[in-house]
Structure formats: C-alpha cells, structure tokens
Design a binder for this molecule. Sequence first.
Ligand code: ATP
Ligand code: MG
Ligand code: MG
Ligand code: MG
Length: 339
Amino acid sequence: MKRRILLLAGGQSGEHEVSLMSARSVLGALPRDRFDVTPVVISKEGRWLPPTETQKALESGAAPTGGDLVLHRVASAEGYDAVFPLLHGPMGEDGTVQGLLTLAGIPFVGSGVLGSAVSMDKVMTKQVLASAGIPQVAWRLAVRREWQRAPQAVEARAAELGFPLFVKPANLGSSVGISKVSAAAELRPALDLAFSLDRRVILEAMTAHKPREVEVGVLGNDAPIASPVGELRFEADFYDYETKYTEGLATMHVPADLPPEVSERIRETALRAFRALDCAGLARVDFFYVEETGEVLLNEVNTMPGFTTTSMYPKLLEAAGYGYSELVTRLVELALEER
Ligand code: ATP
Ligand code: MG
Ligand code: MG
Ligand code: MG
C-alpha cells in the first residue's frame, strides 16, 4: 500500500524561500512507487494554499499571500499517513506545527513539540546543553521589554562578554538578523535589528579565534546515528545569509580534515545533544572547532535543516551511506515508527 504524505513548505519565517527550495528537492526524490505525495505551501501570512496555488508558489519560489485558515486544512489532512513539515524557523520548526499535528493525531517527520521548541530557541538550547555538560561559548539573554525600558542594562550585559560578540534573534535561522559586533558603538543597531525579529535575543561571546565550522548529521529516533563530520569553508567574516545562499561563496568538505580524535569527539557530542534535547528523526548539529585551542564548542542544533540536494545535511548523510531518495524515505519510515 502506498503511503499518503503531506509535504508542508514555505511558512511564515524569514526562511520561507529556503523552505520552498528544499521542498522542490524532496518532492523530486520521494519514490512514487512507495509514496503519494501532496505538497501544500504555507504563505508568508501563515495560510495553507490549495493545490493550484501551491503549484504556482512552488514554481515561482514564494507565496506572499493567499490560502485558508490553518485549522480548516489540518482537519482535511486527516487522510494522510504522515506529514513532512519541511519548514524552517518560527511557526514551522519551533514546535507550533508539531503541536498542531500531534493534536490532529498525524505522524510527522522530525522532532516533536519539546525537541523542536527547545532546539529552535538558542537560549533554551544552551541551557539544556550546559546542564548536559556540553561545551559552548559564553552567552547572555535579553528580552525586548528590557531593551525598550533599560537599554543600558542590556548593553552592560553584552559588554560583560567582551568584543567582538554576536547578537542573534533567539528563534531564527539562515543567519537572518545576526550581527557580529566589534565595538560598543555597534551594539544598538544590532540589538534593534534582532529585536525587530524576535522578543528574545541572545548575546554570544565570539570564539577566541575565528573558528572552523563543522557540522554533523544525526538520523534516527531513540537509537540515532551520527554522520561523518563536514566542514564549511568561506572567505566572509562569518557564515552570513549571503554566504549561505550565493553559489560559490562557501564550499562543503565531507569528511572534514580533522584529527580522528576531534572528529570522534564532535560526533559523540552531536549524539549526546540530540538525546539531551529529545530530538527525533533528524538534526544537523553545528560546532565551532577552535584549532588554536583544540576546543570543540557546540553552536546550535537545527531540527529541520536545509534540505536541497546540495544542502549540507543530505551531503553528510550521503557520506554515511544514504542517497538522497533513500534518506527522505528513511525519514518517513522514522516518522511512522512506534516509539
Ligand atoms: P542556520 O542557518 O545554520 O540555522 P543560524 O541562523 O541559526 O544558522 P548561527 O549558526 O547561530 O545562525 O550563526 C550563524 C553564523 O554566525 C555561524 O555559522 C558563524 O559563522 C557565526 N557565529 C555565530 N555565533 C558565533 C560565535 N559565538 N562565535 C563565532 N562565530 C559565530
Ligand atoms: Mg540555526
Ligand atoms: Mg536553521
Ligand atoms: Mg547555524
């Protein structure tokens, strides 16, 4: 019997377009002899588009408006065996859609409410991983109300970390809203930008030296596997949006050229983080490797990483023996697995 799969893409976050790119790849790769796949694009306003509008959005690469109220469409999603919520960022990767699908009783690919919500929020992630003894950079939290009422207190807290530091919306991805701040005078615009995108902002100490950026793909539910370690190389000051999505500005190296002991430490830490955060299905765990000091610092966990055929996560799993089609098939199987 063919499994009926609902593929959700687009969504309300700053990663709407990235999600549609991933969706085109996944749609092309789910084997048609095993799956009946229906894509539904979610507009930037959060409404679920009917079939013809979905097709148009997939072709044009964006859906600013249109669609029905979410709850109407979820009720009609009951006829599916599983949902693949290929959504990045808030209102998609953060436990909200996962909650809706849990209530509707439909199995879905990836982490549940808890793992999604905690992993999306960079501060919650750091708190959970710190309690699991996983090394990370120093950080501070700031909330919007504080920034509006007592900006000096937020600036003083930032200064405790020293410069340069990173200012990030706590719940986002693709480097949207992230600034590297080199001096106190640059703090204000960086905080204004981050708070325009999120109520919670994380301030992070920069690694002691420009780090090597290495990533691991994790696949599985309660007995997950870790891929070989991959590395991203680029000329830019940090891995910003432009560097991520402009052809030729960054290169991926799998496996990364690392001492075997370091690779093993990174892979083992990725699995510990996956478990500590109660992730499921898949995650891309990103690290900083500071060559000068030998430190491996966990940067973040992405529960629905970029998923085009040329994205890092599929490349990492390819190195672990999973072709792209095989990988998406495996993810649906994991969604349907008894836990
Ligand atoms: P993704 O698209 O992977 O979800 P993101 O938007 O969640 O990314 P981060 O991975 O937290 O953002 O940060 C983006 C980039 O900024 C990193 O890949 C790195 O280049 C740089 N960066 C972030 N934090 C630090 C730090 N504390 N020290 C050094 N570089 C950092
Ligand atoms: Mg991220
Ligand atoms: Mg992300
Ligand atoms: Mg990242």
